[in-house]
Write a protein that binds this ligand. Structure first.
Ligand code: CP3
Length: 361
């Protein structure tokens, strides 16, 4: 039997990624946008609460490869999302660097804050893999069990956001300690940035080696800095991380989420080398369409509270997004993470609305 002759189009198709998220990140058109949700594994799911209970604590869950893989896959099985995001936390790297970290019930993360530049010498970016080994093992396990159309996203916190927790010791309302470093001791903060850049590149490199196909950088507190400091402590470290990753993995797609960046979103992708921009829920759709979507892949940005409210308010928000960003360059997501009080049936309805939009395309 003679083999089927290969046409140029078949050659092209063979080179095109088949996974919906990878296709969109490559700039290819699609009938409906790929869909995943920030914090899609979490407390709103009864099966997550059960596995977390069995693990004993949030951190024990993060460092248990089997259970971390299990909670990563739970929302994929339930909702059929187009991407799975590794279950871990942006603050594990602080612990891996040698800082004390705990998660207290109803309080969130608590770290022993770094108070002086001298204390930075205690942080060791070369020793991180010992602590983070179970995370890489989880990545491998998830990859082995993932449905063929589902993309595995690895992630890390961007250095500025991780630094805010390292310097404040917890979440903050005014970022007094971190901003005091940014304005009063920028050289000291730069030293911390160097440590975090090195550690983050090494961390993401290992995630990619273990099977992550895309990485996302979370800069949750990017929006609290004025322009000059935003350029120095948000844009520049993210640019360095992406450049180092792309040197080793030229085709690795990187999504950046500089939450609260406002009009500084414009120019951010070009300045950092990010392939896609995660929009927070405050970003106006018209402006984002003209200034960002015209040049870049965008991801977002339904308000997570709309997912709690559900009904026609949520449906309208979904339709506004679908009709604004039509055909290509759009990944459907929330504008920040799912909150624990989200009803599961509202997530089901959201999935139905987004996946159903294919029939209307
Ligand atoms: O998105 C996912 O499903 C993947 C896992 C993931 C978690 N945290 C799990 C988690 C990811 C990508 C993160 C990122 C993260 N962690 C960020 C950046 C994104 C954002 O939400 O802004 C930040 C700032 C953190 C730090 C963090 N982790 C805080 C402030 C808290 C406490 C607040 C809270 O929601 O409880 C966490 C805890 C955390 N991280 C939980 C989960 C599922 C809840 C912990 C629990 O189960 O008790």
């Amino acid at each position: 039997m003679s083999p089927v002759p290969e046409t140029p189009i078949m050659g092209q198709l063979a080179k095109q990624p088949v996974k919906p998220l990878l296709r969109t990140l490559a700039g290819l058109p699609s009938a409906r946008p790929p869909l995943w949700l920030m914090r899609q594994a979490g407390r709103y799911l009864p099966e997550y609460r059960q596995t977390r209970f069995e693990a004993g604590s949030f951190l024990q869950l993060c460092y248990d490869p089997e259970r971390a893989a299990e909670v990563t896959l739970q929302p994929i099985r339930r909702f059929g999302f187009d991407a799975a995001i590794l279950f871990a936390d942006i603050l594990l790297i602080c612990q891996a660097l040698g800082q004390q970290l705990e998660f207290r019930e109803n309080e969130g993360p608590v770290l022993e804050p770094v108070r002086t530049a001298g204390e930075l010498t205690r942080l060791n970016p070369n020793g991180i893999h010992k602590t983070l080994g179970p995370v890489y093992e989880a990545v491998g396990r998830i990859k082995a069990e993932l449905p063929p159309s589902c993309t595995l996203i690895g992630f890390a916190g961007a250095p500025w956001t991780v630094a805010t927790y390292m310097l404040e010791g917890k979440g903050s309302k005014d970022y007094a300690a971190a901003k005091t470093w940014a304005f009063g001791n920028p050289i000291g903060l730069n030293t911390l940035m160097e440590i975090l850049i090195e550690a983050t590149v090494a961390y993401l490199d290992r995630q990619v080696q273990a099977g992550a196909e895309v990485v996302q950088l979370f800069d949750t507190w990017a929006g609290v800095l004025p322009e000059q400091e935003f350029r120095r402590f948000c844009i520049e470290p993210v640019r360095r991380i992406i450049a180092a990753l792309k040197e080793k993995y030229p085709t690795l797609p990187v999504i950046a989420f500089p939450r609260g960046a406002g009009t500084m979103y414009e120019g951010y992708a070009a300045a950092t080398g990010a392939d896609a921009l995660g929009l927070d829920y405050t970003m106006p759709l018209g402006w984002s369409k003209d200034h960002l979507w015209s040049k870049h892949v965008v991801q977002g940005n339904l308000d997570p509270r709309l997912l709690v409210v559900g009904g026609s308010a949520m449906a309208e928000g979904v339709h506004r997004l679908l009709s604004t960003f039509k055909g290509r360059n759009f990944i459907f997501n929330l504008g920040h993470g799912i909150v624990p009080e989200t009803p599961v049936r509202h997530v089901e309805e959201l999935v139905r609305l987004v996946k159903g939009s294919e029939a209307l395309a």
